[in-house]
Design a protein around this ligand. Structure first.
Ligand SMILES: [Ca+2]
Length: 281
């Protein structure tokens, strides 16, 4: 649910504001603190259904990573990428993920959340290129909300595959409350790029980025997030579920390039590209 939804229908076409998405690490508005005390965190993955990209040997099943037993492990084929996800059954506010690796571990991997298991639905909520194996207790940003949680391995730490004795997910039931939900102040940067035309040329500077809504709501106050830099890039680390983001620059309209929304793995997946076109005179 961290992804920025690019809902065309939700954006007024009559204005120059067409949606773009994703922005950069400009300052975010001051955020109130949550008022309700959090419920105790528990291992939401324990005993839940788990699915993996491969199992090698065949009896190193994905369920072995969520059975609560330290002497059973899921193990993948010795190739990249490999993944394992667990279905929590309902959207959860995920606070921590604990990876209890077997001898074979991930060096570069992402933790991802999603509302469904479509390939383009996964959103990174944690990334590392320095996984060290053993037990890794990883705190996640505020906006890590989702029904599915996935380990997405990109580079292995050994010649073997990825092997997890346990994949533990701590958090609590997600109770969206737009009225009291604070604007998040932490998160992974998401890089966006606003460019002119259909080429890979330089992006547009001084594009103003705005957002509203989130957590299932497309309404709420409009927020100014910042502007693109001289190279046309923008970074934003505070995407929240369902947030609608758009770009504005006088004389241009912005259209999302949907084929580049796929966020599987690294590389282009990290980009939200938008095509800027001169507005009709
Ligand atoms: Ca186990």
């Amino acid at each position: 649910m961290v992804r920025i939804r690019l809902t065309r229908a939700a954006i007024p076409i009559s204005s120059l504001l067409l949606l773009a998405a994703c922005v950069w690490g400009a300052a975010s508005p001051a955020s109130p603190q949550p008022t309700a005390p959090p419920a105790p965190s528990r291992n939401l993955a324990l005993g839940r259904p788990a699915v993996a990209s491969s199992s090698e040997p065949a009896d190193a099943r994905p369920g072995n990573a969520v059975d609560g037993q330290a002497d059973t492990a899921w193990s993948s084929q010795a190739s990249n990428p490999q993944w394992l996800y667990v279905d929590l059954g309902a959207p959860m506010q995920i606070e921590r993920v604990v990876l209890k690796w077997d001898a074979a571990y991930g060096r570069t991997y992402h933790l991802q959340v999603a509302d469904d298991t479509n390939p383009w639905s996964w959103d990174d909520v944690y990334r590392t290129t320095e996984g060290a194996g053993g037990v890794e207790d990883l705190a996640l940003p505020y906006q890590a909300v989702g029904r599915y949680v996935r380990l997405y391995g990109l580079q292995r730490g050994t010649a073997g595959g990825y092997a997890l004795r346990e994949f533990e997910v701590y958090g609590q039931e997600y109770r969206p409350d737009p009225a009291t939900t604070p604007w998040p102040t932490a998160g992974i940067p998401i890089r966006g790029y606003v460019r002119l035309g259909d080429t890979n040329g330089p992006g547009l500077a001084d594009v103003q980025i705005y957002a509203r809504g989130g957590y299932g709501s497309t309404s709420g106050p409009e927020r100014s997030l910042g502007t693109t830099g001289p190279d046309g890039y923008y970074w934003y680390g505070n995407a929240i579920p369902g947030m609608i983001v758009w770009a504005q620059l006088e004389g241009y309209v912005f259209e999302p390039k949907e084929q580049e929304y796929y966020r599987e793995g690294l590389g282009p997946a990290d980009f939200y590209n938008f095509v800027a076109r001169p507005a009709s005179p």
